[in-house]
Design a protein around this ligand. Structure first.
Ligand code: ADP
Length: 551
């Protein structure tokens, strides 16, 4: 009777079938039993198995967790590189009703222990090679049991349990619990550039919908014919969803482990015939340098699609990679947006556009994926879609966080009418394409005008002598803030401050040009390889301006 009432009320005759990871795992094992999953391990050896074996082991993990008493919604942490066992946790934990919580192994020990405690992680699965990292924060945490994945050791130390032994005790007859699509499946924390790190809990449903979006021809277009290199960390926003998208369609998966240097990645991409890769621009920069110095090394008939985001890939990087059939698809997103929210895939009418214009479009953050709504808000209301008016980018959608985990004090990140305030400043074209101006906290506020540090950095990185550049705001008595450019030159290349200023002058108004240039050997990066403006500002807090107007 109740059911009948429900159907009448909702006026549809469709089944109420929950979108969960369980059918994704089962389908992957059944339809793609021979699909390959390849991992480069910490000792540089290879581990290879199939989706059939993967399904079997993910189920064993789920059964073992259930036997260990894991309750629905409880968190299981991982401290692992990108490889098969981590992938098993990506499914094994959520199908047991738990929430997978990959810990960022590059954070300060105090920060990791804060995150693990805040999430109330009950169990931990850790790589043996990362035990020294764990040792630095373990005393501050309360993991009930710790399971070690052995790569380079013969046995596990006292007080730990062996992952292989543990899951081998499972009967292999895992009974799926009743999972609801709104149940939590995994969680990630944003880096705490301001305040404490904040947790986002992805639901089964949000992961499934985000994965489906990744298979669309007008996004990454991932299919069963693809071989995907997961180059983004598995602790950063679900490795950008790529492992889940791959399992959904049965694509071959390639995990690089900790071997993220240009040589290792190029070898892996060559040997395994990778067709799709995801990684931040910092990973691609040394690859372009290697390709330039070893002419003829990378011969491709087909284009490799790169999902690239986390920070804006400079136009120069997009162009250089194109010369090697490495095609960047620029994506914008956040931990809070699962992460993919927009992609810059050119539209058919742009096919005939001049090359310059096409590259300029590809360097933008692009158009929202279906169901992702965007708006640009100014103090006076929504900004016109004129490609000019900047304002804070707000977002909503089925894979956008509606709150942070156990952090009621952060409620004001959401508007009363249900949009998430991103903290990014952007403008929107009439056709809905967005261009990110800056993070609001990185914008340079000079005499009532805004200067985009991102635009200056990208322009600087198109100078042939510049390897990397960071532009930060420095306090100024008259103008409030003025830009300082910190530049890393390419090996063996020269460029003076004057030359760079003249170069920028071709594109920017005089008042937008950096007042000074500092030349350094390297720039600081965050745990996931983004330029760390916080660290850069600290390093240059006492900068002695060279320009007369600062004297
Ligand atoms: P964190 O805050 O630790 O850097 P996130 O990965 O969640 O972690 O960061 C999201 C932010 O990264 C966005 O708000 C935006 O500022 C920046 N970002 C992501 N993708 C791009 C992109 N394609 N272009 C410019 N900035 C980007």
């Amino acid at each position: 009777m109740l059911l009948l009432l429900y159907n009448l009320a909702s006026m549809n005759t469709m089944m109420d079938y929950p979108l969960t990871l369980a059918p994704v795992l089962e389908r992957a094992g059944m339809l793609f039993p021979n699909g390959q999953i390849i991992s480069r391990l910490p000792d540089r050896s290879f581990h290879r198995y199939t989706y059939r074996e993967f399904r079997e082991r993910a189920r064993r993990l789920a059964e073992s967790l259930t036997a260990a008493g894991l309750q629905c919604g409880e968190r299981v942490a991982t401290l692992m590189w990108n490889h098969y066992a981590h992938f098993e946790a990506y499914f094994g934990v959520p199908i047991a009703g738990g929430i997978l919580h990959p810990l960022n192994l590059r954070l300060h020990p105090n920060e990791v222990s804060y995150i693990a405690n805040h999430a109330q992680d009950r169990f931990l699965i850790v790589d043996d090679v990362l035990l020294p990292v764990l040792e630095k924060f373990k005393a501050q945490t309360n993991f009930e049991r710790i399971f070690v994945v052995r790569h380079c050791s013969d046995r596990v130390p006292e007080g730990f349990e062996d992952y292989e032994e543990w899951i081998s005790k499972a009967t292999g007859d895992f009974q799926y619990p009743d999972l609801r699509e709104t149940d939590g499946a995994s969680m990630c924390f944003t880096s705490g550039t301001t305040g404490n790190p904040k947790g986002v809990v992805y639901s089964h449903r949000s992961i499934i919908l985000h994965s489906l979006a990744g298979t669309m021809a007008d996004s990454m277009g991932v299919s069963q014919r693809d071989t995907i290199l997961v180059g983004s960390s598995m602790f950063h926003a679900n490795a950008w969803g790529l492992p889940y998208t791959a399992a959904l369609v049965g694509a071959k998966l390639v995990f690089p482990g900790p071997n993220l240097d240009a040589e290792s990645l190029l070898n892996l991409m060559e040997d395994e015939h990778v067709t799709v890769a995801g990684a931040v621009p910092t990973i691609w920069l040394p690859i372009t340098e290697m390709l330039a110095s070893q002419k003829g090394r990378w011969k491709r008939e087909h284009t490799l699609r790169i999902m690239c985001g986390g920070t804006a890939p400079p136009e120069a990087l997009i162009r250089t990679l194109d010369e090697h059939k490495l095609h960047i698809i620029h994506a914008w997103g956040m931990t809070e947006t699962s992460p993919a929210a927009t992609m810059s895939v050119l539209r058919p009418h742009m096919d005939d556009w001049p090359e310059e214009q096409r590259y300029a479009m590809r360097a933008r953050q692009g158009w929202p994926l279906p169901f992702v709504d965007l708006r640009i808000m100014t103090p006076h209301g929504e900004a016109p879609h004129d490609g000019q008016t900047p304002g804070e980018l707000e977002v909503r959608g089925p894979w956008v966080a509606g709150s942070y985990f156990n952090a009621p004090e952060t409620r004001d990140r959401w508007t009363k009418d249900g949009w998430f305030r991103t903290g990014d400043v952007a403008s929107m074209e009439p056709d809905g394409c967005i261009k990110l101006v800056d993070r609001s906290k990185d914008l340079i506020k000079s005499g009532g005008e805004w200067i985009s540090s991102v635009d200056l950095e990208n322009a600087l990185m198109s100078h042939p002598a510049v390897r990397e550049a960071g532009v930060i705001a420095m306090p100024h008595p008259k103008w409030q803030e003025r830009p300082l450019a910190v530049v890393v030159l390419r090996d063996g290349q020269q460029a003076s401050a004057e030359e760079l200023r003249t170069f920028l002058g071709q594109k920017f108004a005089k008042w937008q040009l950096p007042d000074d240039f500092a030349f350094v050997k390297e720039l600081p990066h965050t745990s996931i390889g983004k330029l760390s403006k916080v660290e850069l500002r600290k390093q240059f807090a006492n900068w002695d301006w060279q320009t007369p107007q600062h004297r």
